[in-house]
Write a protein that binds this ligand. Structure first.
Ligand SMILES: [Cu+2]
Length: 88
């Protein structure tokens, strides 16, 4: 059947406690490791992680928990339908 990315959802997570680019990488690694996650972008200056994921495989809770487990605080999140390019 192939991979259908049409149902992918974009989640923007506000991450508190990042202080350098190593934090960025740690969070990116943790989120990428969650099954169902297709794309992760972490932006340290805007303290935001954008995650493109398959809502049939991953839940928002799993994603926010991955951030929390890495040692950062989730300040909130915004759900978006995937529209091609994440907003920044
Ligand atoms: Cu750091």
């Amino acid at each position: 059947m192939g991979q259908d990315v049409g149902n992918d959802q974009l989640l923007l997570i506000k991450v508190e406690g990042m202080h350098c680019h190593k934090c960025e990488l740690a969070i990116q690694k943790a989120l990428t490791a969650v099954p169902g996650v297709h794309e992760v972008e972490v932006d340290f200056p805007s303290k935001q992680a954008s995650v493109l994921f398959d809502p049939a495989k991953a839940t928002i809770k799993q994603l926010t928990q991955a951030v929390a487990k890495t040692g950062y605080k989730v300040g909130g999140f915004t759900q978006q339908k995937h529209a091609g390019t994440p907003q920044s």
